[in-house]
Design a protein around this ligand. Structure first.
Ligand code: NAD
Length: 480
């Protein structure tokens, strides 16, 4: 049995000293590891280590070129453990090997991106009035608490750690208690890369204890959180005590708008990928498919036919196109939403059930599901289901499409399918969301800012904006 430990001040904790949490394989419910259950006390130890390391200055004062070399080493180590990390992510989260493999490659690329970016000379120098020479420089914020969810356990950790370290901060990562496996492996990689003691710290355990301590602590200068909108609100309140800097990447209910003049093969392909990638457990999922009236029935029929043929199965079976949901509790949430959709009078066009026959018996599999005949106020139209459940809506013209697209509290992502490029641009500019696509879905690049409008979050990950989230800005005025 693999025991998962925490890492503070350059040292691993001992599993004998901790209560253990079972970590399960979502494909069959088997225990794959036991994780030490960190407490608020452990979070405090991790914070103390990160504070000490920041104040000692080894990492924040290191020349960017040297920090960059560390980050390149971490990227190379991730590459050299690619297959192992891929297998572990599939085992822990349930996603297919293809999906997990993409995450691992992207994680290595994210370290390389920030290793390069931090060597780009930045800042400003200019003549102010009164014989003053002014410089504007960037400095690290200090100790950063990084709290991540279970849907991209490795990748979400790296999206935060890479820019935070590049900027010169020290960090404490708290992965989801449901999926801590690849985070532990990542910290073994940090150790192998020789990161200075206390620069990177890992605390395991629940959100309400270990996570809350990071959010509340007056010794943490910045909290960066990815997860549910409700949790984001709780964290924001907890962080208010010392007014720590805050970045939030939250949920979504993203519109995928299909006009009648779209290439329907492309639109159907991307609508399926938009919602069923990651079994719909993706914040940017195209979970609302808005189809122009005149093609609605034809589109839904083609979508449902294809959805019924998606091969659902264990992530480690290379034939599987969609894996299980992450946990029994989460599967039950998704099934409750499906029941709510039926109760509210929406019409199921495919799926709707748990798959629990034969080898699927103890896994958390749900059929690719879609509802039509929905109204704007239905729970399944307004709330994030975070599972393989699409809801169709219809619209009559551009104005109607935009109004419907924006009619939720969320504003994370959105897309438009049309062969009219002027219309595409007009409509996508009106969609109130931070991540948008035209005639495609789900492409992501480490160079481009990721984040949401409205209740989908505050701040941006990735790109140059992602680095700025971990930097203070200082003006220095020099009398000549
Ligand atoms: P969650 O909010 O339940 O948990 C996320 C993390 O927060 C976990 O590590 C958890 O332990 C911790 N946590 C929970 N309560 C806490 C508290 N009171 N204080 C501090 N930490 C706490 O989310 P989840 O179920 O793990 O993930 C799914 C959610 O994440 C979805 O809503 C999804 O949209 C969102 N998400 C958003 C993005 C994005 O980029 N916007 C990316 C991935 C996931």
């Amino acid at each position: 049995m693999k025991y998962l430990n925490m890492f503070f001040d350059g040292q691993w904790t001992d599993s004998k000293d901790y209560k253990q949490r079972d970590i399960l394989n979502p494909a069959n419910g088997e225990v794959i590891a036991k994780a030490s259950e960190g407490t608020a006390e452990d979070a405090k130890k991790a914070i103390t280590a990160a504070r000490k390391a920041f104040d000692a200055g080894d990492w924040p004062d290191m020349a960017p070129a040297e920090r960059s070399a560390f980050l390149y080493r971490v990227a190379a180590e991730i590459d050299s453990h690619h297959d192992e990390l891929t297998r572990l992510e599939t085992l822990d989260n349930g996603k297919t090997l293809a999906e997990a493999g993409y995450d691992v490659s992207d994680a290595a690329d994210c370290f390389r991106y920030y290793a390069g970016l931090i060597r780009k000379p930045e800042g400003q120098a200019y003549d102010a009035p009164d014989d003053i020479q002014t410089m504007v420089v960037h400095e690290p914020i200090g100790v950063c608490g990084l709290i991540v969810p279970w849907n991209f356990p490795l990748l979400m950790s790296v999206w935060k750690i890479a820019p935070a370290l590049a900027a010169g901060n020290t960090v404490i990562l708290k992965p989801s208690e449901v999926t801590p496996v690849t985070a532990v492996k990542l910290f073994e990689i940090f150790e192998a890369a020789g990161m200075p003691k206390g620069t990177v710290n890992l605390v395991l355990g629940s959100g309400a204890t270990a996570g809350n301590e990071l959010a509340e602590s007056h010794h943490v200068d910045k909290i960066s959180f990815t997860g549910g909108t409700k949790t984001g609100r709780t964290i924001m309140k907890a962080a208010a005590g010392n007014l720590k800097k805050i970045s939030l990447e939250l949920g979504g209910k993203s519109p995928n708008i299909v006009f009648a003049d779209a290439d329907l093969d492309t639109a159907v392909d991307h609508a399926l990928y938009g919602i069923f990638f990651g079994a719909g457990q993706v914040c940017s999922s195209g979970s609302r498919i808005l189809v122009e009236d005149s093609i609605h029935d034809q589109f839904v029929e083609r979508f449902a036919e294809r959805a019924k043929n998606i091969k659902v199965g264990p992530g480690d079976d290379t034939q599987s196109e969609m894996g299980p949901l992450v946990s029994e509790a989460h599967m039950n949430n998704v099934l409750d939403y499906i029941a709510a959709g039926k109760d509210e009078g929406a019409r199921l066009v495919c799926g709707g059930n748990r798959i629990e026959t034969g080898a699927f018996k103890n896994g958390y599999f749900v059929e690719p599901t879609a509802f039509t005949g929905t109204t704007e106020d239905m729970t399944i139209v307004q709330e994030e289901i975070f599972g393989p459940v699409a809801v169709f809506q219809t619209f009559s013209d551009e104005k109607d499409a935009v109004r419907l697209a924006n009619n939720t509290n969320y504003g994370l992502a959105g897309s438009v399918f049309t062969s009219d490029s002027a219309k595409a641009l007009r409509v996508i500019k009106k969609v109130r969301a931070g991540i948008t696509w035209v005639n495609t879905y789900h492409t992501t690049y480490n160079d481009s800012p990721w984040g949401g409008y409205k209740q989908s979050g505050i701040g941006r990950s990735l790109g140059t904006y992602g680095l700025e989230e971990y930097q203070e800005v200082k003006q220095i005025n020099i009398s000549q």
